[in-house]
Design a protein around this ligand. Structure first.
Ligand SMILES: Nc1ncnc2c1ncn2[C@@H]1O[C@H](COP(=O)(O)OP(=O)(O)OP(=O)(O)O)[C@@H](O)[C@H]1O
Ligand SMILES: [Mg+2]
Length: 268
């Protein structure tokens, strides 16, 4: 078989920084809902693309997928067709023309994905890890909480960004997520993102509260991946179903995400 005939899902890895499979998958998780995971996952994929990186956004919120809605897309294929056995994962990819990255859209509200058999979920995760070899960065948007689907999908070699806000409930749920993943995968690459911070001092205070709990009870120190300021241009761009970096490229939250991808170090 010549290189041009090689099936796309089997091409050799492009640039994952550490050699291990799936190390270029950036998982975006939280614990509590509504803290900005989907917006952050979209904006990270877009920021990687703007930096010339081949990026894929995977909507792994199997219950309430909505990355496509935030982006104003009407994808012809989604994960529903993959799970129904009608498409391979690589056939469910839709290009996001406005962002220069690819998406595998979820299927919202059908229930079929939320109740997937654990073995099928693990296969889906493994297929995504295989597909990640075709990309420089894969961003995995997870649903809120720590249910079986979230745990299975998060079980990959890449960094796991745990998003929290300053709210005590968001902090408690972020801690619960860290605790569960750390016990399931000791040494997992967990990192904290503080979203909707009033300013960087406020963001650092929030991070330090979570760090204290992680140090005290789990004896781990998940590093700070970044602080994203509260920014009214985010709800504005979501209302207009247009990526933030297209509609408001110079807004404070855009600068915060651009700074974060420089520190993620998943690329060589
Ligand atoms: N830094 C921010 N400043 C202001 N608003 C924000 C910020 N980040 C996110 N938001 C707002 O928070 C809301 C929730 O965002 P998003 O849907 O991305 O959260 P989520 O964590 O994916 O939610 P779910 O758990 O339901 O999947 C959106 O309406 C968005 O506009
Ligand atoms: Mg979401």
């Amino acid at each position: 078989m010549t290189a041009s005939q090689t099936p796309i899902a089997r091409r050799p890895a492009t640039h994952p920084a550490s050699g291990s499979r799936g190390a270029n998958i950036v998982t975006v998780a939280s614990g509590k809902g509504g803290v900005g995971k989907t917006w952050l996952a979209i904006t990270l994929a877009h920021a990687f693309a703007r930096n010339g990186r081949h990026a894929l956004l995977f909507d792994g919120d199997l219950g309430l997928a909505n990355a496509d809605i935030q982006l104003g897309l009407m994808p012809e294929s989604d994960l529903g067709a993959v799970v129904a056995g009608k498409l391979r994962l690589d056939q469910a990819v839709t290009p996001v023309d406005a962002g220069g990255f690819d998406i595998i859209a979820g299927k919202s509200g059908s229930g079929a994905l939320a109740t997937m058999h654990p073995d099928r979920l693990a296969t889906l995760r493994d297929d995504l890890i295989d597909m990640a070899a075709n990309y420089e960065a894969v961003i995995l948007d997870l649903g809120a909480g720590i249910d079986g689907a979230v745990r299975t999908l998060a079980d990959n070699a890449g960094p796991k960004l745990v998003v929290t806000t300053a709210e005590p409930t968001a902090l408690t749920d972020a801690y619960a997520f860290i605790k569960v993943v750390n016990s399931r995968q000791p040494g997992a690459d967990l990192r904290v993102v503080v979203n909707m911070a009033a300013n960087s001092k406020d963001g650092e205070r929030t991070y330090n509260k979570l760090l204290k709990a992680c140090q005290g009870f789990l004896r781990i120190r998940p590093p700070l991946a970044g602080i994203i300021r509260a920014d009214p241009n985010i709800p504005d761009s979501i209302r207009h179903q247009t990526p933030l970096l297209t509609r408001h490229p110079a807004t404070p939250a855009a600068a915060d995400v651009e700074a974060m991808i420089g520190r993620l170090r998943i690329l060589s």
